[in-house]
Design a protein. Structure first.
Length: 127
């Protein structure tokens, strides 16, 4: 009788590992921002998800739709330098989020960052 709860707990742990979600680690939150006109870091928890590839979108409440900044990103890399050229059309402001999405269906969002700010050219980077 006690074996069933133990078996269910073990199965639950296996399913949790197999379904582990991607998480955007940087940027996101009030102490993590990007600087306009600069190369900026994007970082995620690549070793905790079975997702092989994803697209990277940036969103803001002022946008009609999110903007694609990377079409096909391999998950195993764990971070990527987003060049100033990739974000040059983005205005300085708050409320930005990064979305890691299914390459074939951008409405299938694997992860979304906490809101962050893009600061003006010449601002200091977060420590």
């Amino acid at each position: 009788m006690l074996r069933l709860p133990i078996a269910l707990a073990a199965l639950s742990a296996v399913i949790s590992v197999a379904c582990a979600q991607l998480t955007v680690l940087f940027p996101g939150g009030e102490n993590q921002w990007w600087v306009d006109g600069s190369d900026n870091l994007l970082e995620w928890n690549c070793n905790e998800s079975q997702v092989q590839t994803f697209s990277v979108l940036i969103n803001n409440p002022d946008f009609l739709t999110p903007l694609a900044i990377i079409a096909d990103q391999p998950n195993f890399v764990c971070s990527r330098l987003i060049t100033a050229n990739q974000t040059r059309a983005l205005p300085v402001g708050t409320g930005y989020t990064i979305e890691l999405v299914n390459v074939l269906n951008s409405s299938d969002v694997y992860a979304q960052s906490a809101p962050f700010e893009i600061k003006p050219v010449g601002s200091a980077f977060p420590t």
